[in-house]
Design a binder for this molecule. Structure first.
Ligand SMILES: Cc1cc2nc3c(=O)[nH]c(=O)nc-3n(C[C@H](O)[C@H](O)[C@H](O)COP(=O)(O)OP(=O)(O)OC[C@H]3O[C@@H](n4cnc5c(N)ncnc54)[C@H](O)[C@@H]3O)c2cc1C
Ligand SMILES: NC(=O)c1ccc[n+]([C@@H]2O[C@H](COP(=O)([O-])OP(=O)(O)OC[C@H]3O[C@@H](n4cnc5c(N)ncnc54)[C@H](O)[C@@H]3O)[C@@H](O)[C@H]2O)c1
Length: 455
């Protein structure tokens, strides 16, 4: 392909969740599509995000269940998994996804270019292998990358990409950052037999989630043996001296004992470097994200962006939905097609998982006024944990508005919260009231029934 100029209806820059979904949908509408991806197909989610994370989470969850099984009389001993076997099975799963994408792209007639692209103006996309794409429409779906704090010794740490490249389990691990990734990796690594300490700047984990369920999660994480350090200000990473380890130095404090690995989970930023955005007239916000309107259009004609590069909700299903709806609009004859970013459910794959859909109590009070809001909570021990006499509790909370008690927020933490939330998200999106929940007969005995029984 090198040196060739290819004419297409759509050039997709980035073959992650959003780019692939858009490419398939556009091809389905009859468009001629080319997709540029210099790395593995599937982007962050498939290669260094949701998929490998969930594989490790499932393994950690299994480990906890071996302990529960033992308590119920099964003749088994909790043990750490063989890391190599676990990673090999994870990577086999991912290789199958790559193969499936390649096959689907070929079947859809989408031109696949293993190259990095940049905008060259007037509908032209230049690829780093010399190919030029002349496109009627261009979609930017370049995702994001981890950011590291600007401190001395930062290169001694690894980020989430580095976590997925580990060839063995570290014994002692420090994780910096109390967002999604910090919390998820803390639970995963503790569950896989590492000794985890989580260092957080603020006074709680998961800012933006409902504080009641977060507090319950913190209790469960502490119970599982994770050491939580709040109000921690990291000043530097230092080589561990005689050992191979890495020490954390706190601002105005001492460097502690060395860790075998330090994971920096301090946020992500959109991938826009070298994309030629300015010259093409694509406006970039101060924080580096590509600005788009509600229809995914950028400030430049016929150039669109979806997913993490737009810096809105950095979730795979959001990137996919944005890509599909955009292509329904551009090639599918649906001029009003766009994504409703309200009531998007999300789950943090902590141990146990924590999920939300809709507003937190504080957000509801601000939007509707304090008097209009009522909250309904339950805390309980799931049956399996009670049987095994494990002190892990679930907490479910509904935030309701008005006399009719419309449910505007649902916040769950506890076993199976990840699977329970999806169906209830449909109900919240449809405007269900607490009375609708009560009118639904419970499924007994389950954790989910606690939601339709909330008082
Ligand atoms: C550790 C981790 C766990 C996560 N877990 C979850 C989860 O459980 N659930 C969930 O919903 N979300 C999760 N996410 C978020 C999710 O992965 C992202 O929201 C999603 O991948 C965004 O998709 P995207 O298409 O915008 O970008 P990406 O999937 O990042 O794809 C962008 C692609 O663009 C390519 N690219 C970049 N620059 C260029 C260029 N110039 N030319 C051509 N190609 C280029 C990149 O190589 C990449 O493949 C997780 C993220 C991380 C990091
Ligand atoms: N289960 C999921 O759906 C899932 C999982 C992982 C990631 N994601 C997506 O990816 C996005 C990025 O995740 P993330 O965890 O990287 O970001 P995040 O914004 O959720 O968390 C980053 C954390 O790092 C902290 N931090 C930043 N700089 C720091 C510093 N110098 N020292 C100490 N702490 C510092 C922040 O206070 C914050 O708590 C999420 O917002 C989410 O949308 C989703």
């Amino acid at each position: 392909m090198s040196g060739a100029r290819i004419h297409v209806d759509l050039a997709v820059v980035g073959g992650g969740s959003g780019g692939l979904a858009a490419a398939f949908r556009a091809a389905n509408h009859g468009a001629r599509v080319a997709l540029l991806e210099p790395g593995e197909l599937g982007g962050t989610c498939v290669n260094v995000g949701c998929v490998p994370k969930k594989a490790m989470w499932l393994a950690a969850d299994l480990g906890a269940r071996i302990g529960l099984a033992q308590a119920l009389g099964f003749p088994v001993e909790p043990a750490c998994p063989d890391w190599e076997t676990l990673v090999a099975s994870r990577q086999r799963y991912i290789a199958n996804i790559h193969a499936s994408y390649r096959k689907r792209l070929d079947e859809a007639g989408i031109v696949r270019l293993p190259a990095r692209g940049r905008l060259a103006g007037d509908g032209l996309v230049e690829c780093d292998d010399g190919t030029q794409l002349q496109a009627a429409h261009i979609l930017l779906a370049t995702g994001g990358s981890p950011v590291r704090p600007d401190i001395p010794g930062v290169e001694l740490g690894i980020d989430s990409d580095g976590f997925f490249a580990l060839s063995a389990a570290p014994r002692r691990v420090a994780i910096i950052g109390g967002g999604y990734i910090g919390v998820e990796l803390a639970g995963v690594m503790q569950g896989l037999g590492c000794q985890v300490e989580l260092f957080v700047r603020g006074d709680s984990l998961l800012k933006g989630f409902d504080p009641d369920v977060v507090e319950r999660l913190q209790g469960n994480m502490h119970q599982s043996g994770i050491a939580l350090h709040f109000g921690y200000s990291l000043a530097a990473l230092e080589a561990g001296g005689d050992s191979d380890g890495v020490r954390l130095r706190e601002r105005d404090g001492d460097a502690g004992e060395p860790f075998d690995a330090v994971i920096l989970a301090t946020g992500r930023r959109p991938n826009t470097d070298g994309l030629g955005l300015e010259a093409a007239g694509v406006r970039v916000a101060d924080d580096g994200r590509i600005e788009v309107d509600g229809f995914q259009s950028t400030s430049a004609e016929q150039i669109y962006a979806v997913g993490d590069v737009t810096g809105r909700l950095a979730l795979t299903p959001v990137a996919i939905a944005e890509g599909r709806r955009l292509m329904d609009r551009v090639f599918g004859g649906e001029p009003g097609a766009c994504v409703d970013h309200g009531n998007v459910p999300t789950v943090v794959f902590s141990h146990p998982p924590l999920g939300r859909v809709g507003l937190t109590e504080a957000e509801a009070r601000e939007r509707f006024g304090g008097d209009a809001v009522s909250c309904h909570r339950t805390t309980f021990r799931p049956m399996l944990h009670a049987l095994a006499d494990v002190q892990q509790h679930s907490m479910f909370k509904a935030v309701c508005v008005g006399e009719e008690k419309r449910v505007v927020g649902l916040h769950l933490v506890g076993e199976a919260a990840d699977e329970i939330l999806q169906g209830f998200a449909v109900a919240v999106k449809m405007g269900a009231t607490l009375a609708d929940f009560h009118a639904t007969v419970a499924i007994h005995p389950t954790s989910a029934e606690e939601i339709v029984l909330l008082r």
